[in-house]
Design a protein. Sequence first.
Length: 194
Amino acid sequence: MKVGVLALQGAVAEHIRSIEQAGATGVIVKRVEQLEELDGLIIPGGESTTIGKLMRKYDFIDAVRQFSAQGKPIFGTCAGLIVLAERIEGQDDAHLGLMDMTVARNAFGRQRESFETDLPVKGIEEPIRAVFIRAPLITQVGPEVEVLSTFNGEIVTARQGHLLAASYHPELTDDYRLHQYFLDMIKASANVER
Ligand code: GLN
């Protein structure tokens, strides 16, 4: 199973390591042609405006939408979650606009710019270790979106069918269970060649 990490900007190497620790092959993705060989794609944390701009520049917006339309799983972490959202508070335009949710950027404010916590996630037995860095929150979700975890009552992990989004950085810890969860989503999707 091959899982790509969109490598235009952001935390790429850490995701590759987590994918490999979870038991799949990690692929650094810099060109749209590479999407063809992948079973799933991760959009990493970083800076969502920059990632969005570079995705437009290198023709990734339509290509990733097509990837999603084929039912291939996509996992967005932190800035990647913002890139997946249909609505971004205070901005007129979204990026991929694939998940029916509204997000607020940098939602924890200066006091809590970065912190770590143990976070219970639906579908994973024990809490996972989550690192939040200038993290977004999901402030509203549509009927197709399943909330997988909340932190202080706010949504921080969500899933819409083959799409998964986390406000935090699961790749910055030695806890690979959310990557494992994503690999299980890929295995369950009809597109994996057996
Ligand atoms: N604050 C960043 C943004 O709005 C996201 C931060 C992150 O990915 N760690 O794009």
